[in-house]
Design a binder for this molecule. Sequence first.
Ligand code: E4P
Length: 218
Amino acid sequence: MKFFIDTANLAQIKEANDLGILDGVTTNPSLMAKEGIIGKEAVLKHYTDICKIVDGDVSAEVISTDYAGMIAEGEKLASLHENIVVKIPMIKDGIKAIKYLSSKGIRTNCTLVFSAGQAILAAKAGATYISPFIGRLDDISYDGMDLIAQIAQIFSVQGYQTQILAASIRNPIHIIKSAQMGAHVITSPLATIMALLKHPLTDSGLAQFLADHQKANA
Ligand code: E4P
């Protein structure tokens, strides 16, 4: 399973990349705004800066919601760097745009997926990735992990090549269960990736080993 980081913060992207386990980055307009990246040129430059840090797929989201606008934006974003994956919302014109862009060899990530039906449509259109938002489903009392399991089963039965990118990750259990259920990728905040490291028995075990070594070598 690939690990993407879900942020537009360059320091966090560098930190995750330095761990040696980072396979890519996802962003969205909210994450760009959070970093104070305002204006078309600044946004394009920021994507280029991210591509300089990480040798892996970088999802860059379109702002348009009409077919022509999404195509124009998608082509512009894809021309920035070979690792750019154009992020397209799960709407009617978005499906048409995914179909067009994939026919031109431009890779896409269909975002804001909340149902198996939406996942099937995006796969049929040729999306490289689909992004089911687990946490946002949990927030409204649906089990986001159930959706990942359902999509994984459908894609396996149908032989779809589209990769399941589990998004809106809120805790380490989401990452572990995504791996268990066959998601191809997770995208997560840095803090949640780092939370996978932690176990109290690791900390106490290491402290004991070091104390014993100290005693024996005093
Ligand atoms: C995915 O690509 C989205 O950027 C992201 O995972 C959304 O997460 P949120 O629900 O925490 O905003």
